[in-house]
Write a protein that binds this ligand. Structure first.
Ligand code: SF4
Ligand code: SF4
Length: 85
């Protein structure tokens, strides 16, 4: 099933995003510029997650979308953690 991840982020409430999704980096697109980490309001080291290509599952993540929106390489996106019911 094709999923429009951008619409998932903008259409769901924050609580729904927190329950269903997280930020997933694409390590192959990341150039380690650090813009994501610089713009994270909580100071999460998004770049380190991107380096390893692992989802940001830190419980402090607000799913605010700043890192996703600011990444110049489109290396970050929201993905669902489990299928919608
Ligand atoms: S802003 Fe994008 S390209 Fe830059 S370090 Fe973060 S994920 Fe990588
Ligand atoms: S979604 Fe917001 S709080 Fe979570 S890592 Fe990105 S900038 Fe930080």
């Amino acid at each position: 099933m094709s999923i429009d991840r951008r619409s998932i982020f903008f259409d769901l409430t924050r609580a729904e995003v927190l329950a269903r999704g997280c930020v997933q980096p694409d390590a192959g697109r990341c150039v380690q510029c650090g813009i994501c980490s610089h713009n994270c309001p909580l100071g999460l080291d998004v770049r380190a997650y991107a380096w390893r290509g692992i989802p940001i599952t830190d419980s402090q993540c607000l799913t605010c979308g700043q890192c996703v929106a600011r990444c110049p390489r489109g290396a970050l996106e929201f993905v669902p953690l489990r299928p919608e019911t």
